[in-house]
Design a protein around this ligand. Sequence first.
Ligand code: XUL
Ligand code: CO
Length: 439
Amino acid sequence: MTVYFPEVSKVLYEGKKTDNPLAFRYYDPQRVVGEKTMEEHLRFSVAYWHTFVAGGKDMFGSDSAQRPWDNLTDPMEIAKARVYAAFEFMEKMQIPYFCFHDVDVAPEGSNLKESLKNLDEIAALMKELMAKTGKKLLWGTTNLFSHPRFMHGAATSPNADVFAYAAARVKHTMEITKELGGENYVFWGGREGYETLLNTDLKLELDNLARFLHMAVDYAKKIGFTGQFLIEPKPKEPTKHQYDYDVATVLGFLRTYGLEKDFKVNIEANHATLAGHTFQHELRLARVNGILGSVDANQGDELLGWDTDQFPTNVYTTTLAMYEILLNGGLAPGGLNFDAKVRRGSFEPVDLFYAHIAGMDAFAHGLLVADRLLTSGALEEFVADRYRSYRSGIGEQIVQGKVGFEELSAYALEHDQITLGSGRQELLEAILNRYILEV
Ligand code: XUL
Ligand code: CO
């Protein structure tokens, strides 16, 4: 059998003193943190599209990456070679999960029927290798954005034939996801948005998007697919305005259309920053509303305003992300999917290993720091104390709904000499730094 990564054997935990760049310095899968192992906490996943399909093309240049599995001519043979490369990679990297779009894994046929058949054939091979290796599918999704038929949207296209076509594709990918034991199914609204309101019936498009999602829920029930449905918010790119702008927008949409019980969100760090939020803000908002489902683990570049999809290496960010994830009680059945790509100049196959090791160690480090922070209570106790006025007296009455404006006015007239406490931001930031540097 062809070996696609002969230069790498299994990547193992060697501890933070190691000089071996092909070893983990923090990710120690069986190490217990709190009540779970690192592997159970982190649930890492590789993104099929970035790691096995993309070749480094950008607006100014063609593919640059060396991908030995692509050195074939027949598209189905390439698709099969990619499956073998993917499983070799996951085994060597100790990554338990993967995620894919339908078109990542199988080539398009000359018509819909042929495209679906290609997908079935590759899915069968995946199933076989999953059984052999124990690797699992975190989520499946359907690409409703690359083909020109989706130029005006899919579920929000002005053309009903496109809506029908998109439904057929989602139906099929959902069946494949079920067949492969996928634990989630993602909807990222690639072209579900608009370029200009001058040509757009915004109300009909939003209604249609909701109709589409209701149909997906109904079909999942019908076939017994019990995976978690996830919406992945993103504010812009490719469309100027995307309907799933951010967590707050998605929450409003789900509640408006009665979908809030059936969907959670898949939060991507770089999408959060594109929306003008921190990654932690999006995780927090989803968590406190009970819809934090899964994470696309990457990072953007603060100096660039687009979706650079870089591997997450910023330990400050991974710490705060893991802080939210621990407070959420974990992500399962979601996970941490590396929706990230190596830079165009990192074109050798071994760079895929360096990139994933960097991301996995950054999140493992973040997990250790977040766990220690939470155990110490350093931040939580400060926050609890900051809001103590709502646990007794007039504050408690506000929270319990026992007073209105009249009672509050009477109270304020008697208590207008107010004493405030410091927010202590700099002290808290120093505490956070201390914990990050200590691990
Ligand atoms: C695009 C993006 C997608 C989704 C799945 O920005 O993040 O790859 O994760 O369609
Ligand atoms: Co993503």
